[in-house]
Design a binder for this molecule. Structure first.
Ligand SMILES: [Zn+2]
Length: 208
């Protein structure tokens, strides 16, 4: 949690360090890669959380329904996917609500929010408090969007994962398209971390 004078904001970088649980998270989807991720997760009996970019929902409703049906979780990742650091509270409120509304149209409600580019600022904290959102950051960035190579991401994640970790991946890359590196990366990562950890949704990771 982040503590600011007189107020407590719900902001999480990881879960409990004394558990055997970790969470895989996928941002900016859905995309055609999401369906492949779901197949792989099922194969390893792993659960994950998908932070949905509101503008990408239309036409991909079936994928979101499948995410939920298969026991995973979704979170709000804003509607327009703009950096929120210097936006007004009014802009942030409307943007988050718009993504929520799109998800509600499909019958899904979420109290999880991940800020685009992980940028947090006072206005965002205020709005999340008002909307009773848990801000989900991460303690491991896979760098799967930086084109440093599949092996680089695999090694980084395996080296840094520890109890309670929240790992950040992407099923879509802004300005590029579906993240075609994601399957080769998690194909190597999941069997390895499964040996030590239980892969659960964010809500499971954060529950008492
Ligand atoms: Zn994003």
């Amino acid at each position: 949690m982040v503590l600011l004078p007189g107020r407590i904001f719900q902001c999480y970088f990881h879960g409990k360090r004394n558990s055997n649980k970790i969470s895989l998270t996928f941002d900016d989807g859905p995309s055609k890669e999401t369906e492949k991720i779901l197949v792989l997760l099922k194969k390893y009996n792993a659960k994950a959380t998908f932070f949905i970019w509101g503008q990408r929902i239309k036409g991909r409703e079936k994928t979101i329904e499948r995410i939920i049906k298969e026991g995973h979780e979704i979170g709000n990742h804003s509607y327009e996917h703009k950096r929120l650091t210097f936006k007004t509270q009014d802009y942030i409120f409307k943007d988050l609500k718009k993504c929520d509304k799109e998800l509600l149209r499909l019958g899904f409600k979420t109290d999880l929010f991940r800020p685009p580019a992980f940028s947090i600022f006072y206005n965002l904290l205020r709005v999340c408090k008002k909307l009773e959102k848990k801000i989900v950051m991460c303690d491991i960035i896979s760098d799967d969007w930086r084109k440093k190579g599949i092996e680089y991401s695999v090694e980084k994640v395996l080296k840094k994962t520890k109890p309670g970790s929240i790992i950040n991946f992407h099923d879509y890359l802004e300005g590029i398209g579906p993240n075609e590196d994601i399957i080769p990366i998690i194909k190597q990562v999941i069997p390895q971390i499964k040996k030590k950890y239980k892969l659960v949704t964010i809500s499971k990771l954060l529950e008492n």
